[in-house]
Design a protein around this ligand. Structure first.
Ligand code: ASP
Ligand code: MG
Length: 477
């Protein structure tokens, strides 16, 4: 099935009955032209509400849990009432009730235990997506498009890192083909839950917050899809966050590498791990706005012909800088660094930037604030002996920093660009705390004080004339 397209709709694109209608119209039009697999997120804010409910359960707030359950039920039942004619409602209402009962059972277990095991959280939190696919598939069927709701746990096989699992591509390919091919061949549109999977032996997992994009790209890869379309509420990938830079422009085309760098460094349009599964098969991705489907969006492709200089700048305000320094010269800094990185890798903590000094044997690196707890635990565990015996100094953490990343394939081999970027930042009297640039020269990452981050982003965006370049490119096409 060479012309298969996977279409993923994010939470705001299925956030209400009205948005679900629009999403279904897009799906139904496309499915007249070629086979489609839909991947759906939970309705906007539902995952947050589910997680908050479980936190309340853990601290014993039974009233809060029950109030949230009522809100969840009302939100989905009212969408159901708006979407479906009366005679088709009963079965869906009953299914909504059953899924919410499962959630309630887990929440009550957590309430009794006073503890929130990651495994139970993963099982519970995927109900947001299961409710959403139920509504979408029921609406499609009611409007003459044969569709079937599929639980991602049936088709995506992962490791057992609950809350942030990694797919196992071979078994996923086998299961997804076995479950979804027959549907597609029979002309049925599979509507698959984003965000979740299961281990080989069937324990429910999730792929991390915002993981539905990743679900969609995993399925696109294992089904050998021709294209992946990611529907969101913004016009595509932009030269900068428009809330920080009002004249930021949409980029018509970016490479996988550029998009991945932007996603890892804070651009919210794509989950950072989305592109990896697609690279081998060179499957192109469209990032489109379901609130303005007529707009072209951004196309993400393996490579583009001409790309000039720095194309976009992103920022991550919620990061922390961790510094590790041996207390004496007899300790090998490289060995400590190796063990530190290995420990972070095992804990699935992302290292966003790293820089080291060979003379002092010290090194510092940047992690997301949300992963700081896990990072410190992993480091203190791995370096326990050295810390206890004073071979390395106490690990230092600076949380008042922010990261800015300047990205563009065309930065490679452009002399003077880094100098211009640093000058633009220092012209604003902003101090640069750390810098890192990989040898691919695709990204320059710069750490500054958090309260100066936005100013630095604006300075770089203006200096590199990113908006002008983006407009010039899209009008040339
Ligand atoms: N619903 C999940 C979340 O909010 C996954 C997603 O939306 O991509 O994190
Ligand atoms: Mg999302």
């Amino acid at each position: 099935m060479k012309d298969l397209v996977v279409m993923k709709f994010g939470g705001t694109s299925v956030g209400s009955a009205e948005r679900i209608r629009v999403a279904c119209r897009i799906l139904s039009e496309e499915s007249r032209r070629r086979p489609v697999v839909a991947v759906i997120s939970a309705m906007a804010k539902v995952t947050d509400l589910l997680l908050e409910t479980l936190r309340r359960a853990e601290i014993g707030e039974e009233d809060g849990v029950r109030a949230n359950l009522r809100r969840l039920e009302e939100r989905h039942l009212s969408a159901c009432r708006e979407l479906l004619p009366e005679r088709e409602r009963a079965a869906v209402e009953e299914a909504i009730g059953q899924i919410l009962n499962e959630f309630q059972r887990i929440a009550m277990g957590i309430l009794m235990l006073g503890e929130r095991p990651p495994r139970s959280v993963d099982e519970a939190v995927s109900v947001g997506e299961r409710l959403a696919v139920l509504l979408v598939s029921a609406y499609l069927n009611a409007h003459g498009v044969r569709a079937e709701a599929v639980n991602g746990a049936e088709v995506i096989v992962t490791d057992a890192v609950f809350g942030n699992a990694t797919p196992l591509m071979q078994p996923t390919r086998a299961r997804a083909q076995a479950r979804l091919r027959p549907l597609l061949e029979a002309g049925v549109l599979p509507v698959v839950t984003g965000f979740n999977g299961a281990t080989v032996d069937g324990k429910p997992t999730t792929l991390g917050r915002g993981g539905s994009d990743f679900s969609a790209s995993i399925l696109a890869a294992v089904l050998d899809a021709a294209e992946l379309w990611i529907w969101t509420d913004v016009d595509g990938i932009m030269t900068a966050d428009p809330r920080i830079v009002p004249d930021a422009a949409v980029l018509d085309e970016v490479t996988y590498n550029e998009a991945a760098e932007l996603a890892y460094n804070g651009a919210k349009v794509l989950h950072p791990r989305t592109l990896a599964p697609l690279i081998e098969r060179r499957i192109p991705v469209w990032s489109k706005n379901s609130f303005a489907p007529e707009k072209p969006g951004t196309r993400i492709v393996p490579s583009i012909q001409v790309s000039n200089g720095a194309r976009a700048v992103t920022s991550l305000p919620h990061v922390a800088l961790i510094s590790i320094e041996p207390a004496s010269g007899v300790i090998s800094g490289a060995q400590i660094m190796g063990r530190a990185l290995e420990a972070l890798g095992r804990a699935n903590v992302e290292v966003l930037a790293l820089s080291s000094s060979s003379y002092r044997q010290s090194f510092c690196f940047l992690v997301r604030e949300s992963e700081l707890g896990a990072a410190m635990e992993a480091l203190e565990d791995a370096l326990l002996l050295e810390l206890e015996h004073g071979y390395i100094k106490p690990i230092e953490v600076d949380e008042e920093v922010g990261l800015l990343a300047v990205v563009g394939e065309g930065m490679r081999g452009t002399p003077g660009l880094a100098g211009r970027i640093f000058t633009a930042i220092s012209r604003e009297r902003i101090n640069i705390i750390a810098i890192s640039q990989g040898s691919s020269e695709l990204t320059i990452a710069i750490v500054v004080r958090r309260n100066e981050l936005e100013k630095a982003v604006r300075a770089v965006h203006a200096e590199c004339r990113m908006a002008e370049q983006a407009h010039a490119r899209s009008s040339a096409v």
